[in-house]
Design a protein around this ligand. Structure first.
Ligand code: AMP
Length: 144
């Protein structure tokens, strides 16, 4: 299974924000959309960074509640690891485990944002894949 298959079932909508949005704006968006991360984009839709709920918590813990008035650009992670639609589930799991993050923006050949995959999506599809294998094995054993 690859990223394109996951995007087909979950859709391509990605929550985005501008780098000059405040941490408060971003927190409200995360809460309203019930998601864990937002991709920060520039004028031409170019990916400039990523902000997850962990970044918000860390900023408040280190700098106090005042951090909620800071712009996202002060806090966001700038070196964003992305993947293409052809990437496999295994490749995604490896990158997420290595980088210790739970969100992976998907880009096309022009580096334009075309979707996002969360660890929840990966686990869900991985379980479905394993269940299909088990059922195929059972069928094979029953007929063998
Ligand atoms: P997460 O596990 O996704 O909540 O993110 C944990 C940390 O990794 C936060 O500091 C995020 O800004 C950062 N992060 C999340 N996704 C990515 C990514 N695809 N590439 C680089 N950093 C990321």
């Amino acid at each position: 299974m690859n990223v394109a298959t996951i995007l087909k079932s979950k859709g391509r909508a990605v929550a985005t924000a501008r780098a000059d949005a405040t941490l408060m704006d971003l927190s409200c968006k995360l809460a309203a959309k019930k998601i864990g991360a937002i991709v920060v984009i520039g004028e031409q839709g170019k990916i400039e960074g990523i902000m997850s709920e962990r970044d918000v918590i860390r900023a408040i813990a280190e700098k106090g509640a005042d951090a909620l008035n800071w712009p996202v650009s002060d806090i966001m992670t700038r070196s964003v690891v992305t993947c293409h639609e052809a990437a496999t589930l295994d490749e995604l799991m490896e990158k997420m485990t290595q980088g210790r993050f739970r969100h992976m923006p998907v880009v096309d050949d022009n580096e334009a944002l075309v979707g996002i995959i969360s660890i929840g999506d990966v686990v869900k599809h991985h379980i479905a894949e394993v269940e299909m294998e088990v059922s195929a094995m059972r069928g094979y054993l029953a007929t063998g």
